[in-house]
Write a protein that binds this ligand. Structure first.
Ligand code: NDP
Length: 335
């Protein structure tokens, strides 16, 4: 069996030497336990946070520990009455080919309902993040303007499509022409702008002639600076992620922090951070709505597959820089 452990805590951008590939013996399940074989490994931006030991909402991965991850696994052997060999489960097996579980936290995946990889994508954590952050905090109304960056990614692509289902205009922001074209053509956004365009602020203003009512914050940085002046009164900003800042080594208060707070006051803005697990009680609604939308073709999704566990570090480093085009997955083993 093979696994990838955290070799060192990164300073700034993660580098190959922060990860280490190790061999280990395939473990044997004890009483009440199952042996899992990983098929799909999900790579997600939050893993950058787990590599650091700064204050956060979750414990860091210890140095030498297996990198954490959501996975889709096959039960290979079971001593647990709740699971049988051959079952497909959503698990948190981490960056490794095999893992033992006592069954807690495992959820069965029905391969007949949808491709099993969607359990860590559009029908899993990223889809649920988009659904709850947009609907519970953003609360878009028909005719309103919703802006989201990382718009070709797992979360952003779903945010814009759900916004349109709710009758709002969806404006995406993504890295490069190919991604922007895809976001418009396949995901049906009303427009999509390149965040590397030096004229982003002016182009965003043109794309949002009636201002911005919901900004689903995925990135921070210059995108946020372009969005902020365009907020309408009573606009909502679910703060989901700040990927432009995950490699920052120090935080600096911008000179315009005072002006920003004045706008929060005068425009009566709602800015609310959230972690998808805050909305666990909405999981049933999410699965019902989202699986219906996916089945009816109202929500499309794009996967970006890297082959082989040994390539997970490169794929993860790429994800932080936009090398992925769609939900980043690693195929660890055959279906
Ligand atoms: P994506 O599939 O969207 O991949 C990340 C994307 O971020 C890259 O592809 C890149 O796209 C974009 N990006 C990277 N750096 C920058 C930058 N400096 N400026 C603008 N865009 C940048 O990942 P996810 O959909 O999984 O995650 C999207 C966001 O949601 C992340 O911030 C993540 O941390 C957050 N998240 C939060 C959760 C929560 O519970 N709060 C749960 C899940 C995700 P491009 O090429 O377009 O720049």
């Amino acid at each position: 069996a093979k696994r990838i452990v955290l070799a060192a805590r990164p300073v700034g951008e993660p580098k190959p030497s922060d990860f280490r590939l190790e061999d280990y013996a395939v473990p044997t399940p004890g009483a009440g336990e199952v042996l899992l074989r990983t098929i799909w490994l999900s790579l997600d931006p939050y893993m950058r946070g787990r590599m650091s030991d700064g204050p956060s909402y979750a414990q860091p991965v210890p140095v030498g520990g297996v990198m954490e991850a959501g996975t889709v696994c096959e039960v290979v052997a079971s001593n647990n009455p709740g699971f049988a060999a051959g079952d497909i489960v959503l698990a948190r097996a981490g960056w490794q080919t095999h893992a033992i579980s006592d069954g807690r936290g495992l959820a069965k995946v029905d391969p007949k309902l949808a491709p099993i990889s969607t359990a860590v994508g559009v029908l899993g954590m990223p889809g649920m993040t988009a659904y709850t952050g947009l609907l519970d905090i953003g609360q878009p109304k028909p005719g309103e303007t919703v802006v989201v960056a990382a718009a070709s990614g797992a979360v952003g692509s779903a945010v814009g499509q759900i916004a349109r289902i709710k009758g709002a205009r969806a404006i995406g922001i993504a890295g490069g022409k190919d991604k922007c074209d895809y976001v418009k053509r396949e995901f049906g956004f009303d427009d999509c702008l390149d965040h590397r365009d030096p004229d982003l602020a002016a182009k965003l203003k043109d794309a949002c002639p009636k201002g911005i009512d919901v900004y689903f914050e995925n990135v921070g940085g210059p995108v946020f600076e372009a969005v902020f002046p365009l907020f309408n009164a009573f606009a909502r900003m679910p703060v989901c992620g700040l990927i432009a800042h995950y490699n920052d080594t120090q935080s600096v208060a911008p000179k315009w922090a005072g002006a920003m707070m004045r706008n929060v006051l005068t425009k009566r803005l709602t800015i609310r951070g959230f972690i998808v697990s805050d909305f666990a009680s909405r999981h049933g609604d999410f699965l019902k709505d989202m699986s219906g939308w996916v089945r009816d073709g109202k929500v499309k999704y794009k996967e970006f597959v890297t082959e082989g566990l040994e390539n997970a570090p490169d794929a993860f480093m790429g994800l932080l820089k936009g090398a992925n085009f769609g939900k980043q997955l690693v195929r660890v083993g055959p279906d």
